[in-house]
Write a protein that binds this ligand. Structure first.
Ligand SMILES: O=C[C@H](O)[C@H](O)[C@H](O)COP(=O)(O)O
Length: 232
């Protein structure tokens, strides 16, 4: 089955959890975009929800779909965030940020009672790390931050090359928050919680793409159907 169809099925399954009156976090990426489009159809049929987008791209998509939007300055908590992932393991820890939206995604997920992750089944891995780990950094002092990152990788039992993410214009990719991203090709992250802690302690790191202990439900769509994994 076509991968886009699998993503749309996972998105449709997450939509089953949405009720009128809910406040929703709207994720970023090709899978989350299916959710926004399907949600828009329900809104046009009368579903009353309000959303907080996790990127400017998602904001534009949601507005185009007629979804009412708000901000985390106007409301306290969200009921559910629905978002994609670049990788997920069986403990529901994630790598996110392939599209560069990890910072707003993490802020929105942390303000949500539930985070439902939607994906096609190819995103499920035994150990995180095959997908390069996105790390959002401040441009100032980048070389010092890179050295600190390598020390953190050593301390967490992993190693790998760091690459500054290029943008379309040949310069560095710039996030919605005005920062840069370095992608770490680690191959295998044996202890994601430990690495997450070490990365968060580096001054030049704004945020990293390890989402540890945040997802409550993982919805995986495969050729044989939908599988749902709940946090233990
Ligand atoms: O920054 C982007 C997000 O973390 C996405 O949710 C992630 O990259 C997955 O995207 P996609 O659904 O396109 O594979």
């Amino acid at each position: 089955m076509d991968k886009e169809e699998l993503k749309r099925r996972a998105a449709a399954r997450a939509l089953d959890e949405v009720r009128s009156g809910m406040k929703l976090g709207l994720g970023t990426g090709s899978t989350a975009k299916h959710f926004v489009e399907l949600l828009g159809e329900r809104v046009r049929d009368g579903l009353d929800v309000v959303g907080v987008p996790t990127s400017e791209v998602t904001r534009a998509d949601a507005e185009r779909c007629g979804i009412r939007l708000t901000t985390l300055d106007e409301i306290d908590r969200l009921d559910i965030t629905v978002d994609g992932a670049d990788e997920a393991d069986g403990k529901l820890d994630l790598i996110k940020g392939g599209g560069g939206a990890l910072l707003r995604e993490k802020i929105v997920a942390a303000a949500s009672d539930r985070m439902i992750v939607i994906a096609d089944e190819s995103k499920l891995v035994d150990t995180l790390g095959r997908f390069p780990l996105p790390i959002e950094v401040i441009p100032f002092g980048l070389a010092a931050t890179r050295r600190a990152l390598q020390l953190a990788f050593d301390a967490a039992g992993c190693a790998g090359e760091l690459k500054l993410r290029p943008g379309k214009d040949g310069h560095a990719f710039v996030t919605d928050g005005g920062h840069w991203i370095v992608d770490a090709r680690l191959g295998r992250i044996p202890d994601a919680p430990r690495l997450a802690q070490l990365l968060s302690a580096i001054p030049g790191v704004v945020e990293h793409g390890l989402f540890v202990g945040m997802a409550s439900t993982l919805v995986l769509a495969g050729a044989t159907g939908i599988r749902t994994i709940e946090r233990a």
